[in-house]
Design a protein around this ligand. Structure first.
Ligand code: NAD
Ligand code: MG
Length: 387
């Protein structure tokens, strides 16, 4: 591979750190333009020094002076704020890895896509709240969206991109999360630590809670709808607790193709980084004889209403997914802060969807307006449920 330039948005997070781990194993192949974080100046500066980045950017302007101090004498440029994030994303990169959590990633991710840079996209909320805008921008600019999310990466590897009409169904696997076998009473009393203790994957707090409510799987159905040319009714979820099969694609002749692997995000990240080639990773190899059996079950939409809400939002279309996502971000933050209970998360999202009109969004400004209105409504719904 010739030397390629990369910017990692959200480098201090779980996906960001896995990405830097891969880059640091092949330093001669990569030139790091920029790394970005929300406000962890020290952590970001340490990463930027380790990979020899040209620039480090914090989203929060209040963290700028700490970043500048931490980088003094290194020659690495420090920057802060939303515009600086977008500038790093739309610089002359060969690839941008989008791993900011939440709709906060939309602006910088879209900036990279508009520039025509291939984007390895982990930041599913960007596709959920503005998928039509992002994919239209990609078509215009020629940017390719390479899915990092393990399920979508699996689908991408199995999908016949030249003949999408031959695909009849996409089956997205779900681990079922930490409460797969829990009663409603247990879920009502669930703590943040319990919700974040994912049985298979180690991830950031927000996506861990989303995996516990199964909202994550709902967001992933919406994400799949934007990444692959299939209708909502061709998307299905099956619970597969071992998380060995990362998703499946069914064809008109009844053939079903799947991608398998141990649960290590470095495998799908490496696929995106090396595309269209392959690169080696230290991911543990799959030992099927040791695993012994793979099991499957239908998701329980009554115990996990967040998945039903997301499926309904996908079918409703318009900006319903944007409302769903914004309300979920507010509700999950309130749960993590100890303000509401675990079951309140889906209730807050449901209340918000009932309350907010979800018009079609044509421009980014339309999306931002719906997102802001949904956050206000969700904050009020949260206020009514404060513990
Ligand atoms: P994380 O919380 O560990 O990291 C998030 C990153 O985003 C950090 O670098 C943080 O500093 C930055 N960030 C947070 N808020 C920001 C803001 N307002 N502005 C700018 N930057 C901000 O999250 P993660 O688990 O790495 O997940 C990142 C994204 O990837 C999410 O969209 C998640 O759904 C998706 N994803 C994660 C995994 C996983 O294994 N962790 C798997 C699939 C998809
Ligand atoms: Mg996933």
């Amino acid at each position: 591979m010739s030397v390629r330039t990369i910017t990692v948005l959200g480098s201090t997070g779980s996906v960001g750190r896995s990405t830097l781990d891969l880059l640091s194993r092949a330093p001669a192949d990569w030139s790091v333009h920029a790394l970005t974080a929300n406000r962890d100046a020290e952590g970001l500066a340490a990463q930027a020094r380790a990979v020899g980045a040209e620039r480090a950017v914090v989203a929060d302007e209040a963290a700028y002076s700490a970043l500048k101090a931490a980088l003094s004498g290194t020659g690495i440029e420090a920057a802060a704020g939303h515009a600086a994030l977008c500038e790093a994303a739309s610089a002359d990169n060969d690839i941008v890895l989008a791993a900011i959590v939440g709709a906060a990633g939309l602006g910088p991710t879209l900036a990279a896509v508009e520039r025509g840079t291939n984007v390895a996209i982990a930041n599913k909320e960007t596709l959920v709240c503005a998928g039509d805008i992002v994919t239209a921008a990609a078509r215009r600019s020629g940017a390719l969206l390479l899915p990092v999310d393990s399920e979508h990466n699996a689908i991408f590897q199995c999908f016949d991109h030249d003949h999408p009409e031959r695909v009849t169904r996409i089956i997205v696997t779900a681990s079922g999360g930490p409460f797969r076998n829990s009663s409603e009473a247990e879920m009502r009393a669930a703590t943040v630590a319990q919700a974040c203790k994912h049985p298979v994957w180690s991830m950031g707090a927000k996506i861990s809670v989303d995996s516990a409510t199964l909202m994550n799987k709902g967001l992933e159905l919406i994400e799949a709808h934007h990444l692959f040319p299939v209708r909502a009714d061709q998307l299905e979820v099956v619970v597969h607790p071992q998380s060995v099969i990362h998703s499946l694609v069914e064809y008109i002749d009844g053939s079903v193709l799947a991608q398998l692997g141990t649960p290590d995000m470095r495998t799908p990240i490496a696929y995106c980084l090396a595309w269209p080639e392959r690169m080696a990773t230290p991911s543990e190899r799959l030992d099927l004889a040791k695993i012994g059996s793979l099991t499957f079950e239908a998701p329980d939409l009554l115990r996990f209403p967040a998945l039903q809400l997301a499926m309904d939002a996908l079918r409703a279309g318009g900006s319903a997914p944007c409302v769903l996502n914004a309300a979920n971000e507010v509700a999950v933050a309130a749960f993590i802060a100890g303000q509401v209970g675990f079951l309140d998360i889906a209730a807050i999202v449901g209340d918000t969807l009932d309350e907010i009109d979800a018009p079609d969004c044509v421009t980014l400004a339309d999306v931002m307006a719906v997102d802001a209105a949904a956050r206000r409504a969700a904050a009020q719904a949260t206020g009514r449920r404060l513990t």
